[in-house]
Each structure stands twice: as structure tokens, then as C-alpha cells.
Design a protein around this ligand. Structure first.
Ligand code: UD1
Length: 424
């Protein structure tokens, strides 16, 4: 099993290119199941989660070819031969549930294992199922699988009023509704840039959708969708993660392709903590405005609020900011697993329920630490960038799910970081 070794050091400088969004790509890929014509995605990220989704689509009879060193995914679902998404693949990645809506809409049947994924809370799929039920689907939970069947005339339009915002349930409902008879209205829908990106792709395939990027999305079902080529939106979580690097370690870094409107609440928060963020044609450039970073309070919220997927990384920054910060996690109940690892590096953190109080210390100290989930693992790397001595991050496979070429990208701006193969 590989480890990453980071040795804290001097300021960073240069440019980090930001990849296409993992979370957008993972919902764009199942959209291929909606059409018998090819769907091509450009600007795809090179990640193990994308390979897992390719494998899942392949098991359903879709063809997925990875071209141009993985940047282009050419997909065709001309001859689907399956309706069953097996536990063996689904357990690796929660986003696998996103094949449910498209399979049901296209084939009228789907059998999908209940998902696994990052261990950051209970993460049920009840909202996905309620949305599909509103379109007439008959659902049964049996042997760890969702067995779904459309009515004889296919899914019909419906009104779905989500009790709280769910990104995945909005995506599943959106995709299913594109081929349902009549109009579907999604109320309290997610507004994330990845949802808007999915809608743009579905529109390019011929879907009739309006209201994306607001909390009410209306879909007018069509008989069929056709092929399209779509460019995956920039990964705002990778962007935010690397924006924190020069704030933790010092220096000035440009994030190639970054746009402020992907991360406005995050940008405002780091500015409050003492960052200077400048937008240009090249992307976003970040440095400390003057002097050390200051404590700030953070509350995670659905978009356009502060993203839960940047909470762990923000905590790594606040560990050495001046003063006491309170982080409140409002999306996932068990998302502070990075805190004990940061404490091993000398951080002062007190976790109590959905809150973490972080009191800034002068310096963190390198230590062997263990990645527990995707975003937690990169927070430990960020912490290591400014720590005294060597930080060894184990269980790097979490990182490979969501960050391409992390070592090369950070070395490119002067970080002292390497990946090593561990014995055994
Ligand atoms: C997506 C992202 C993930 C991000 C999250 C919140 C992907 C592949 N993953 O996950 O990185 O952290 O959005 O921005 O895009 N919930 C229910 N029932 C449901 C569905 C969700 O109770 O049927 C709860 C979840 O447990 C969680 C909250 O709703 O507490 C939000 O989850 P959701 O927005 O659905 O997250 P995902 O789509 O799984």
C-alpha cells in the first residue's frame, strides 16, 4: 500500500492546473444510459472513481473508451444488456446509485445494490427513491438491493418536493424525468455547479429542462435523447483544496482554470481569514494578504454555501491560524475523522457533536497519519506542507479516488512531497 511523504518547507510558487470535476463526471457518465447514441465527455479527470464508474457502466452493457490519456471518455449505450448494478462494484462508490434513474427511464427496470462510499455518515438513499416513486416507479428493497420497475407506459411526470437538499437525489430525479411522460417539477432542488453541468449536457442531448441553478427545476419529458459531446466543468473542490496550499505554506499560487463563481462563499471565507484572491484569464491567484492567517468560523451548507467537501481542508488551515475557530458541519454527521489525525500533528481541536473548535498553534509537527476518507486525506497533506519535519500519510487509495497527480501538482509549485511504496 502506498504512502505519501510531505516535508514541511518554504513558500510555494507557480501554477497548478485544475482538472474536470469528479462529482460532475460521475453523474454525467450515467447519462449515457439514457440514449442509444454516443455521449462523449472531454476534460474528464483521471481518477479511480471514474474507472469504477466505467466498470459499472460496462457491466450494464455500455461501452466506455478512455482516450487522450483519460481526458476524453467516449461512451455508447447502444446495446444495454443488463439492469443489475452489483454490490461488488457499487460498494466501492456511493455515486453508483446514479445509474438507477437512467436505467429505469430507459429500460423500465433496474436492480441496484444499496451503496457504500466514504464513511462520513449514514448517507441513506431514501430521497432518490421518493423522487422516482413520484414518477410512478414501484420500488422494493430486497437482499440489499433496490428493485425498481416503471409502470407499463413508462415513468410519468410528477412533483418532487425534497424535504432537504440532496445533490445525488436531484441528479437521479433529473435524469429519470428527461424521458418521463409529461412535466416533472423538482422543488428544493440542489443548485451545485455539477447539477448545472449535468443539465447542460442533458440539454445538448435534447432534454427540455429549465430552472437549473435555482431551487426549482422543471423537466418536460421527451421521447428520446440523442448523442452529444460535453466538456466537464472545473473541479471546484480540487480548486479550493489547492487554493489553501499557499495560505498554509506561504507563497503565491495560480489555480489554472479556476473561477470565483464556482466557490464564492469559500473565497469570501478565506478572504475573511486573511487571503488575497485575484481572478484573471489564467484562473485564480491566491496568497496571504499580509501576515499570518486569522481564525474564522465556518458552517457548511449546500451550494451556494461553504462546501462540506472543503471542511477538512479548511480545518487544516485553521490549525495554524491566529485565534479560535468553530467549524460546524451541517451536511454529514460524522465528518470530523481528520481531527484526531491533525491532533497527532500537534493541532488543538475539540470535537463536540457537529462542531469542532480549533485553536491555532504556532506550528504543526510532522507525524505518521492515516487517511480516513477522500477529503480528510488531502487535509493531512495540506497540514504536512507547513509542519515541522516529515508527515507520512497512509491509506493513499482514498486520495486516488478524487485527486489526480497530487504529488506532481504540488511538486510543480515547489512542495517537498513524494509517494512511496510501503512493504507488505
Ligand atoms: C454529493 C457529493 C459529495 C458531497 C455531497 C454534499 C457526488 C458524487 N458526491 O454526495 O462529494 O459531499 O454531495 O455536497 O456528487 N441524504 C439522505 N437521503 C438521501 C440522500 C441524501 O438523507 O436519499 C442526506 C445525506 O446523508 C446527507 C445529505 O442528505 O446528510 C446531503 O447528501 P447529498 O447531497 O445527497 O450527497 P451526495 O449526493 O451523496
Amino acid at each position: 500500500m502506498d504512502s505519501i511523504i510531505v516535508t514541511g518547507g518554504g513558500p510555494l510558487s507557480g501554477t497548478i492546473p485544475i482538472a474536470g470535476a469528479k462529482n460532475a463526471c460521475l453523474t454525467l457518465m450515467p447519462a449515457t444510459l439514457l440514449s442509444d447514441e454516443p455521449l462523449t465527455l472531454t476534460n474528464a479527470p483521471r481518477l479511480s472513481d471514474i474507472r469504477t464508474m466505467s466498470q459499472l457502466l460496462g457491466s450494464l452493457g455500455a461501452e466506455v473508451s478512455s482516450l487522450s490519456d483519460g481526458l476524453v471518455l467516449a461512451m455508447s449505450s447502444h446495446d444495454l444488456n443488463g439492469e443489475r448494478a452489483d454490490y461488488d462494484i457499487v460498494r466501492k462508490m456511493r455515486a453508483s446509485i446514479l445509474v438507477l434513474g437512467p436505467l429505469l427511464a430507459r429500460q423500465g427496470r433496474a436492480v441496484v445494490s444499496l451503496p457504500g462510499g466514504c464513511a462520513i455518515g449514514a448517507r441513506p438513499v431514501d430521497l432518490h427513491l421518493k423522487a422516482l416513486e413520484a414518477m410512478g416507479a414501484e420500488l422494493e428493497l430486497r437482499d440489499g438491493y433496490v428493485h425498481a420497475k416503471a409502470p407499463s407506459g413508462g415513468l410519468h411526470g410528477g412533483i418532487v418536493d425534497f424535504p432537504f437538499v440532496s445533490v445525488g437525489a436531484t441528479e437521479n430525479a433529473l435524469m429519470a424525468a428527461t424521458l418521463a411522460r409529461g412535466t416533472t417539477v423538482l422543488k428544493n432542488a440542489a443548485q451545485e455547479p455539477e447539477i448545472v453541468d449535468l443539465v447542460h449536457c442533458l440539454q445538448a442531448m435534447g432534454a427540455q429542462i429549465s430552472g437549473e441553478g435555482t431551487d426549482t427545476i422543471e423537466i418536460q419529458g421527451v421521447d428520446r435523447l440523442h448523442g452529444a459531446t460535453h466538456r466537464v466543468v472545473t473541479d471546484r473542490i480540487e480548486l479550493g483544496t489547492y487554493m489553501l496550499a499557499p495560505l498554509v505554506a506561504g507563497g503565491e499560487v495560480t489555480l489554472g482554470g479556476g473561477r470565483r463563481n464556482l466557490l464564492d462563499a469559500f473565497c469570501t471565507k478565506i478572504e475573511e481569514a486573511g487571503a488575497e484572491v485575484t481572478e484573471s484569464d489564467a484562473g485564480l491567484t491566491v496568497k496571504r494578504a499580509n501576515g499570518p492567517m486569522q481564525a474564522v468560523d465556518v458552517e457548511t451548507q449546500p451550494f451556494p454555501g461553504f462546501p462540506t467537501d472543503l471542511q477538512a481542508q479548511m480545518m487544516a488551515l485553521l490549525c495554524t491560524a491566529q485565534g479560535t475557530s468553530v467549524l460546524e458541519e451541517k451536511i454529514f454527521e460524522n465528518r470530523f475523522m481528520h481531527a484526531p489525525e491533525l491532533i497527532r500533528m500537534g493541532a488543538e481541536i475539540d470535537v463536540h457533536g457537529g462542531h469542532a473548535t480549533v485553536t491555532g498553534v504556532d506550528k504543526l509537527k510532522g507525524a505518521p497519519v492515516m487517511a480516513t476518507d477522500l477529503r480528510a486525506s488531502v487535509s493531512l497533506i495540506l497540514a504536512g506542507l507547513a509542519a515541522q519535519g516529515e508527515t507520512r500519510v497512509g491509506r493513499v487509495y482514498h486520495l486516488d479516488r478524487g485527486y489526480e497527480h497530487v504529488v506532481a501538482k504540488l511538486r510543480g509549485v515547489g512542495a517537498n512531497i513524494e509517494r512511496i511504496k510501503e512493504d507488505g
